[in-house]
Design a protein around this ligand. Structure first.
Ligand code: CO
Length: 279
């Protein structure tokens, strides 16, 4: 098997988005514009209410999926079709925006820690105009694989080496989305399809990656070279996300909340939004 080495370390940029939410943009930043099929990765985490209270008031999406994973706190979600719910600590919402949705994402708390991630996953051209769809799972509904050495693998999407299956269905890029906790000095291995694009984001601790023993620290995202095996060791008690997916290899035309294949399709999305056809 070919071990995946570390290709690039991305630290991300502090930005303000929505109505003034402070977050760190890691994918979708000048350092890493995209990692096909992943268009954006934001990490948010603050116990200062003024950094998150404003939330994300109603805004549209078309042509891709938004994936919200809460590490701490609660986020209320409402959309133009009347869907609503609260994503709580440890829960995931995998929203296929498809042909279009207008939604809001607002903190369901006025104090305390709010932390998590939003990942944007592209859809293939043939699926961009499908009906919107939600896959929402609470922490209790997501399987956790526990090993004798203390390793804990929360399997959101994809499958572990031991066969634990995630809860998210996505036949377009067959994603792997794992949240792994490793005790100090523990090794970890996960097979991935050779041609997938894969990254690791270190939530806490420090990892040593691949045969070349490259370091990846808390708060950093590591883009991995191609290969079929992710191998790493935790230098201290560590937590990280391992995310992988098949590249779509299609043209990408972005316009704010719309991600299509051509400029004309993005302009059509703006026109549809202005005309009230996304609601
Ligand atoms: Co949104």
């Amino acid at each position: 098997m070919i071990s995946r080495e570390l290709r690039q370390i991305v630290n991300g940029d502090q930005v303000s988005d929505g109505a003034g939410v402070q977050l760190k943009r890691i994918i979708g930043s000048p350092q890493l514009n995209m990692l096909d099929p992943f268009l954006m990765l934001d990490a948010f985490g603050s116990d200062q209410p003024q950094e998150y209270l404003a939330g994300f008031p109603p805004h549209p999406h078309r042509g891709f999926e938004t994936v919200t994973y809460m590490l701490a706190g609660k986020m209320r979600h409402e959309d133009s079709a009347g869907n609503q719910g609260v994503i709580e600590t440890g829960g995931i919402q995998w929203m296929t925006a498809g042909k279009g949705i207008i939604h809001s994402e607002m903190p369901e708390q006025e104090q305390g820690l709010l932390a998590g991630f939003q990942l944007w996953v592209n859809l293939p051209a043939s699926e961009k105009m499908q009906e919107p769809r939600y896959q929402e799972r609470t922490a209790e509904e997501i399987p956790v694989e526990v090993h004798d050495n203390g390793t804990r693998i929360k399997v959101i999407a994809g499958q572990t080496r031991q066969g634990t299956q995630g809860v998210i269905d996505n036949p377009y890029v067959n994603p792997l989305y794992l949240h792994v906790a490793l005790p100090a000095d523990t090794n970890f291995e996960q097979t991935v399809p050779e041609s997938d694009n894969s990254f690791i984001y270190v939530i806490e601790g420090q990892l040593t990656l691949g045969d070349k023993q490259r370091l990846l620290k808390a708060g950093q995202l590591g883009v991995l070279e191609h290969g079929d095996l992710v191998t790493l060791k935790a230098d201290e008690n560590s937590e990280f996300l391992l995310v992988s997916g098949q590249p779509l290899n299609e043209p990408v035309a972005r316009g704010g909340p719309f991600v299509m294949n051509t400029r004309e399709q993005v302009e059509q999305a703006f026109a549809d939004y202005r005309a009230g056809r996304l609601a």
